[in-house]
Design a protein around this ligand. Structure first.
Ligand SMILES: [Zn+2]
Ligand SMILES: [Zn+2]
Length: 363
């Protein structure tokens, strides 16, 4: 079929909306008419002069839409079903077989190679295949092809623009707290960086009854939103030393849990140094070397990473939707909508920190 997608050709973080040709879904795939798609920092992170992914490519990995076609082996999904597109897994590796699909050993290939496992792409532009299957969806497009195991059926009457970020950003932030940290009521958490992932962690920390919940960011507007969403204390590191404040807030003991969403080495160091003796620091981003005080780790601290918050999307996303319906996950507070035609405005608004979670509304 002919449709339109936003293609990234390389260079500056800008895309071009172009006419493309999309294959029919294969036996295990569905064709989804995309209704809304979030823009995530990972999309922008892919757009650089020396890209980590093959270009040209169709990005986008927080899609929501309606199934319009399905392959003959697709079970449990029907035409007309509303679905969230989420991360894929291979079902065959050790992690997948042991019930940890979010740590699939084929994760990188499935999400970042630009191709299906057999080397094909469902999208062509100018009569040539263009890279796609980004996070198994490439949903900066009016239609997307996705493997059926990576889509989660949802009720058709949910607000699609608020469901979109459940596929990545919200799942990562809330999942880190609810699936990895599993704090008890009364335990403390410090969240470094309060964009979509950090604010979702704060919402989840409030649900868990954490105390204190501490938000650290240099953006005053985001800090006040963090306070509105449940943070008991906010810290702007340009004005206060986060470690000193956290130690004061915890009677010198340090905090049970810290969460770094920035990926910056000096912030990760602060997140670890803020911890209680056997506290847990989770990193949702990071690149390059990080320097830590080795002896403080020996005394019992744990540092670990997460991709997408560590849950099984088929179980965890429906759980998040229940929390949303109960009013405990106020996603509307973080979403700003843009028409698909203004995708480059959405990309720059996110890159410059002017919005928290841009969501594109498809025509
Ligand atoms: Zn993402
Ligand atoms: Zn696997």
């Amino acid at each position: 079929m002919k449709t339109q997608a936003a293609i990234y050709f390389g260079g500056d973080p800008k895309v071009t909306i172009a006419d493309i040709e999309l294959e029919d879904p294969r036996s295990n795939e569905v064709l989804v008419r995309v209704k809304a798609v979030g823009i995530c920092h990972t999309d922008i992170g892919m757009m650089s002069p020396d890209p980590f992914i093959p270009v040209p490519i169709v990005l986008g990995h927080e899609g929501v839409g309606i199934i319009e076609k399905k392959g003959k082996n697709v079970k449990g999904l029907e035409l007309g079903d509303a679905v969230i597109l989420s991360i894929d897994h291979c079902e065959a590796c050790h992690s997948c077989k042991s019930g940890n699909p979010s740590y699939c050993e084929n994760m990188m290939k499935l999400h970042f190679s630009g191709r299906r496992a057999d080397g094909s792409s469902p999208i062509s532009f100018d009569k040539k295949p263009v890279n796609a299957v980004f996070f198994a969806q490439s949903s900066f497009s009016s239609y997307a092809i996705a493997p059926s195991r990576a889509v989660i059926k949802i009720a058709n009457d949910l607000p699609f623009e608020l469901m979109a970020p459940l596929g990545c950003g919200i799942q990562t932030g809330a999942g880190t707290v609810l699936n990895i940290m599993e704090p008890q009521a009364g335990q403390g958490i410090a969240v470094f960086g309060v964009g979509t992932v950090g604010l979702s962690a704060i919402m989840a920390a409030k649900i868990s009854g954490c105390h204190p919940i501490i938000a650290i960011d240099t953006n005053a507007e985001r800090l006040s939103l963090a306070a509105e969403l449940g943070a008991h204390k906010t810290i702007n590191p340009e004005n206060e030393d986060p470690i000193a404040v956290i130690l004061t807030k915890t009677n010198g003991r340090g905090i049970e849990y810290s969460f770094d969403t920035t990926g910056q080495a000096f912030v990760i160091r602060q997140a670890v140094d803020s911890l209680f003796k056997n506290g847990l620091c989770v990193m949702a981003a990071g690149h390059g070397d990080v320097t830590l005080d080795g002896f403080s780790i020996v005394l019992g601290k744990t540092i670990r990473g997460t991709l997408e918050g560590g849950g099984d999307p088929q179980i965890f996303i429906p759980h998040l939707i229940e929390l949303f319906k109960a009013g405990k996950l106020p996603i509307d507070k973080i979403v700003t909508c843009f028409p698909f035609s203004k995708i480059n405005d959405g990309l720059s608004a996110l890159a410059q920190g002017r919005v928290i979670k841009p969501v594109l509304i498809m025509p």
